[in-house]
Unconditional design. Sequence first.
Length: 152
Amino acid sequence: MMMLIRHALPADNARARDIVRHSLQAFAIEAEFDGLDRAIGAIGREDSPNAIELVAEWHQQVCACLTIQDIGHGCGKLSGFHADAACRGHGIGRALLSRAIDEARQRGLSRLILDTCADMHAAIRLYQSLGWQRIADPSPDAGADRSYELTL
């Protein structure tokens, strides 16, 4: 099998951080694993605040990641959804996000939200194709300029 979606392990933390770091650099954004990117920075760790942590493997190498935190009242917040440039265009992001949505439903969440940036065109197209709807923009300190939600 060329692609595998699985739960993150402690050994995935460094690779996930590298993927996020490089992905954000393409948009001239610096990763802040002690700040805005704290959720994805904790992927695989025992002290992680995340309810769902998934990685995608492509040819047996972790190439994409994401986390979902349960923020209460049936709502989860998706963050850290990034893919290595070398594995884009193969449906890996769609498969990873679809699996995360399924797991959120199984955990009893009824809604997911996310923040993103307007210039992350491919991600926005993917979100919209899966039914995510744009909602009120996040606060200026969110590190993003638009928000989306998905009713599960």
